[in-house]
Each structure stands twice: as structure tokens, then as C-alpha cells.
Ligand binder design. Structure first.
Ligand code: NAI
Length: 328
């Protein structure tokens, strides 16, 4: 089985090579992302493997099927970058629904603690032997309210961590699965009562811009926003507005709505065209990581293992429990 692996990064290749070799799946690595223009590179391959910022839209799907590609294996959970309706009957799509919810939940907690205790500032200061504490006053999480939007695998793991800090956990989820204890409430109440608001739901037409100019006034003054899910859940302009007006006390962002083409790449030698992102990054109370929350040894190992077994299931048994099927 030959798989064209798009948007390949050095850090993931050893994991895929290992499980690919064991199971007879040959990965050919392309650095370029997958989209309608690059899809013809997959000619002669049985399948493609793609990540969060590859674009499997109608054009890419048509090019791939013209090239004889039968399967697209997402090496991530979210599928908002895939036109599943167009893929139906043309290309079979599998994903990795869960690899390590703890990787993402721990990163969210890490960003939160870093921000509220100003650890990122202290790190920079002490490297220059500046041992002043001026401006480093933080606040304690103990006794505060964490609002979790989306109580699935990651949201539940984050809720457990918050409870460990002695926080009260409020949750909003239209289809809760009782993976972890929480007090469920309507989203407006969650917005009004949370000192920390963390997003863990998928990006869909219902969740796009959950935080926007309309919902901004509902937020508790000084709330810390944490987003490790998908950038599109938050209207970045509204977030900026909320920070400037001091309604939002800080933001920890592992994802950004316009991250495609920026995140995962070294852009340090370029002028950043995105003024909103540049302004957000310039704020003293905004912490940005570039879609890094999943990046642990454990998660990379699980992603590679599941991707290879998804491909084997589909090609050898004709079915796979992790197949994404459009039901619209
Ligand atoms: P999951 O499927 O276990 O949980 C998602 C939860 O969101 C479900 O309980 C669902 O009912 C809920 N939900 C759906 N619509 C909602 C709405 N309108 N409002 C509130 N909740 C809603 O998914 P999991 O594994 O917890 O992942 C969550 C998200 O995290 C993924 O969709 C993905 O976008 C993101 N993610 C980010 C990573 C990163 O590296 N930054 C890595 C992995 C996932």
C-alpha cells in the first residue's frame, strides 16, 4: 500500500515509518500541504494522509479521484477542513478520533498557569538577570470557576485538571457523555459566571464564532479565554476588542482562525501580513502557541498507530470504525 503523506514534518516521520514498516504501508513524504493544486502529486498512490491545515475541498477531492486515490487518512481528530458531503461516494475518509486527550488538556492547563502566574514574563526577565517582581502579580485558580465548552474527551480531561486545582467546573455541551462530573448549564450562564473559559468543542456551522461581538458583553469581566480547539470558534476581531476594552483579562490561544499557512511554519524572517494576529501577539496578556497542544511523544505514537491501522482496516477488510461518513 502506497500513501502520499502531505504537510510532512520531521518530528512525525519516525513514528509513521515505524508502524508503516511493521504493517507494510509505504509512506512517501511531501512537505507541501494538500489542496486542489497539489493533489496531483498523489497520482499512483493508493491513499493520502493529511493534517489539520491541509484542505480536502471539492477541488482536491476531484483531483485525487482522477488520480486513482481511494482513501484519505486524516492524522487528526477534527475534520472541518474536509468537504465530507463532496467526498461521499468518491473518496473514503478516516480519522483519528482520540489519541491523547491528556496531551491537549495538559497544554491548555499549562498555558493557563503560565499566563495567570506570568511565568512567560519571568522566564524572559531572569534570562537577562532581571529579578524584579514588578508587574508579575498573578491570581489563584483555586476557588475560581472554570467554564468548559464541549465536555467530550479533551474537555472532560481539562475539567478534571481544573477540579484538581480546586476550581468549580461549569460546563456547556448539547450532547454530554458524562465522562467527567460537572455542573451543566446554558451557555449564556457559563459565559456570565466563568473566570476561565476554555473551548473544547469541534468547529461546525453551529459553533463558528461562539465568542463574537454579540456574546462578548455576556462575559464576566476579566475572564481568561483558553482555546486549544479550533480558531474559528472565536471571532478574532471580537477577542481583540474584548482585550482592548478590558472585558477579557487574557487569552491563551493554541489555535487561530487564520492559522492556515502560518502555524507549523517558521515565519520569523517574514513580515506578518495578518494585522489581527500581530496585534494579539503584541498584547502582554495574550499567549500564543502554534497548534502545539497535541505534540507529545504519546500522542504522536498513538496517531501513527491508529492511522496505519485505519488504512489496513479499510484496504484489507473493506471497513473501518474510524471512517467519517456524511449524514447531512
Ligand atoms: P469529542 O468529540 O470527544 O468532544 C467534543 C464535544 O463537543 C462533544 O461532547 C460534543 O457533544 C461537544 N459539542 C458539540 N457541539 C457543541 C456545541 N455547539 N457547544 C458545546 N459543545 C459541543 O472531541 P475531543 O477529542 O474532546 O476534541 C475536541 C476538539 O479539540 C476537536 O474537535 C479538535 O478541534 C480539537 N483538538 C485540538 C488539538 C490541538 O492540538 N490543539 C488536538 C486534538 C483535538
Amino acid at each position: 500500500m502506497k500513501i502520499a503523506f502531505f504537510d510532512a514534518k520531521e518530528y512525525e516521520i519516525p513514528y509513521f515509518d515505524r508502524y508503516g514498516r511493521e504493517e507494510g504501508v509505504g509512506f512517501h513524504y511531501f512537505e507541501t500541504p494538500l489542496n486542489g493544486e497539489t493533489a496531483p502529486l498523489a497520482r499512483g498512490f493508493d491513499g493520502v494522509c493529511l493534517f489539520v491545515n491541509d484542505r480536502l475541498d471539492a477541488a482536491a477531492i476531484d483531483r485525487l479521484t482522477e488520480c486513482g486515490v481511494q482513501v484519505a487518512a486524516l492524522r487528526c481528530a477534527g475534520s472541518n477542513n474536509v468537504d465530507l458531503a463532496h467526498a461521499k461516494g468518491r473518496l473514503r475518509v478516516v480519522h483519528v478520533p482520540a489519541y491523547s486527550p491528556h496531551a491537549v488538556a495538559e497544554h491548555a492547563a499549562g498555558m493557563l498557569l503560565t499566563s495567570v502566574r506570568r511565568i512567560h514574563k519571568a522566564y524572559n526577565r531572569t534570562r537577562e538577570f532581571n529579578f524584579s517582581l514588578q508587574g508579575l502579580i498573578g491570581f489563584e485558580l483555586h476557588g475560581k470557576t472554570a467554564g468548559v465548552v464541549g465536555m467530550g474527551r479533551i474537555g472532560s480531561a481539562f475539567a478534571e485538571i481544573c477540579r484538581g486545582f480546586g476550581m468549580r467546573v461549569l460546563a456547556y455541551d448539547p450532547a454530554p457523555r458524562a465522562l467527567s462530573e460537572a455542573e451543566y448549564c446554558p451557555i449564556d450562564r457559563l459565559f456570565a459566571e466563568s473566570d476561565v473559559l476554555s473551548f473544547h468543542c469541534p468547529l461546525t456551522e453551529h459553533t463558528r464564532h461562539l465568542l463574537c461581538t454579540r456574546t462578548l458583553p455576556l462575559l464576566k469581566k476579566g475572564v481568561m479565554i483558553v482555546n486549544t480547539s479550533r480558531g474559528g470558534l472565536i471571532d478574532s476581531e471580537a477577542l481583540l476588542e474584548g482585550i482592548k476594552s478590558r472585558r477579557i483579562g487574557g487569552a491563551c490561544l493554541d489555535v487561530y482562525e487564520e492559522e492556515e499557512g502560518l502555524f507549523f511554519e517558521d515565519n520569523s524572517g517574514h513580515i506578518l501580513e495578518d494585522d489581527t494576529l500581530a496585534r494579539l501577539i503584541s498584547m502582554p496578556n495574550v499567549l500564543v502557541t502554534s497548534h502545539q497542544a497535541f505534540l507529545t511523544k504519546e500522542a504522536l505514537d498513538a496517531i501513527a498507530l491508529t492511522t496505519v491501522s485505519n488504512l489496513i482496516s479499510l484496504f484489507e477488510r473493506g471497513s473501518c470504525e474510524n471512517e467519517l461518513i456524511f449524514r447531512g
